[in-house]
Write a protein that binds this ligand. Structure first.
Ligand SMILES: [Fe+2]
Length: 392
């Protein structure tokens, strides 16, 4: 495999050198940005900016902050990463919020011990990221379970009469994660809805875990924990974002004996137990794909999240809208945003935070209202209740 890779590199390098000498536009045609950047929350008050190119190369982000010019590189220890065509750079949130950033990549045809053949550098258009700016009402768009039908998702999103300040992509956006191109699909959806100017909270669904690239894709986010679980803050809202793993046991035939979510979720559970949320945060929200938090590989997350003081759990996976209190015996609300629905429609949900309330409204791609509910945190704790989904 190494020899094949080396032969391929030598051929590509020769083509690059010859076409450069002949002033041919091959370089321009081959090496392009194929997914413009999106900005993801990644814990520790940091964002991770992710974009991709048609071929492998370097990645770096430039911006100015408080009069200084910054260039932040996609590094693995001291080395610039050059083997992938997906690029990710971690930047402090305070540097990027309400600031303009530009992403760049340079083609690297081959990189040997004492020589590298490099091609052109491409750059994205500068984009301004809209961070929290003290607004009274905060709109959060929830789009889980796209399952590779972004067209329907976009039609549903277009029903809302307000623009999101933050986007939650809560898993199962694609149906499997066999290779890099599937992750690029996720990137294309993030960009389609965020335009690179709205921060995105991303969590894995069970389907993003299926395939050889599942583990690699988590590394791209460079989270504070190393797993796809982290905490983040948007103004008065504090989020605990969790990876719920798969929806079957490790021993299920589906996984061919090649997964160990039992260990991964046990480590995540220990991390959860170590968390203390900010008492000053007005809303404490858990984001997780699979809402069965009573049993995640033998771990009961209900008490852990209750001890954190979670107000609302935002889940997906069930492909239906629901607004519930006391699900799984949890002393907080639950909201399922819809996603790809059983009737072949897509349901998106917009949450508006403000005045100690969260107003949730859900529409499908046929412009039908699929659910509406107001969570109020100023009065009595509600008795057990299950507001029904509104049928079309
Ligand atoms: Fe799912």
């Amino acid at each position: 495999m190494y020899e094949l890779n080396m032969i391929f590199n030598v051929i590509v390098s020769a083509i690059i050198v010859i076409q450069s000498a002949l002033c041919l536009p091959l370089n321009t045609l081959l090496f392009r940005i194929d997914n413009e950047a999106s900005v993801f929350e990644s814990g520790d008050d940091m964002y991770t900016v992710i974009w991709s190119t048609t071929l492998p190369g370097t990645g770096y982000v430039t911006y100015n902050y408080e009069g200084e010019e910054y260039t932040v590189k996609d590094l693995q220890n001291a080395a610039l990463r050059t083997e992938d065509s997906v690029h990710s750079v971690r930047i402090p949130k305070k540097h990027l919020d309400n600031n303009t950033y530009t992403c760049h990549s340079q083609y690297v045809a081959t990189r040997r011990a004492y020589v590298a053949v490099k091609g052109r550098t491409v750059s994205t258009k500068p984009v301004k990221l809209n961070g929290y700016s003290g607004q009274e009402k905060i709109n959060v768009l929830v789009i889980s379970d796209i399952h590779e039908n972004p067209g329907n998702a976009e039609k549903a999103v277009n029903c809302f009469d307000k623009q999101p300040d933050l986007i939650i992509m809560n898993g199962d956006e694609v149906s499997f994660m066999t290779a890099e191109y599937k992750f690029k699909q996720v990137l294309s959806y993030a960009r389609r809805f965020s335009k690179g100017s709205i921060p995105v909270i991303y969590t894995n669904g069970n389907h993003e875990n299926r395939g050889e690239y599942g583990g690699d894709s988590i590394d791209i986010f460079k989270t504070a924990t190393g797993g796809l679980y982290y905490t983040c803050r948007y103004g008065p809202i504090e989020f605990v974002c969790l990876d719920s793993g798969e929806d079957k046991n490790d021993s299920d035939w589906t996984y061919s004996g090649l997964v160990d979510y039992t260990t991964y979720i046990a480590e995540e559970t220990e991390w959860m137990k170590s968390l203390t949320l900010d008492e000053d945060s007005q809303y404490k929200i858990c984001v997780v794909h699979i809402p069965n938090i009573k049993n995640r590989y033998g771990n009961n997350w209900v008490d852990i999240l209750a001890d954190m003081g979670i107000d609302l759990l935002i889940g997906g996976h069930k492909h239906r809208v629901n607004f519930e209190y006391n699900q799984n015996g949890a002393p907080f609300y639950q909201m399922l945003d819809g996603g790809k629905n059983g009737d072949n429609r897509y349901i998106a949900t917009m949450l508006t935070f403000g005045n100690d309330e969260i107003y949730a409204v859900s529409y499908d791609n046929e412009k039908k209202l699929r659910g509406e509910y107001t969570y109020s945190f100023s009065g009595e704790t509600p008795a057990e209740e299950t507001p029904a989904e509104q049928t079309p």
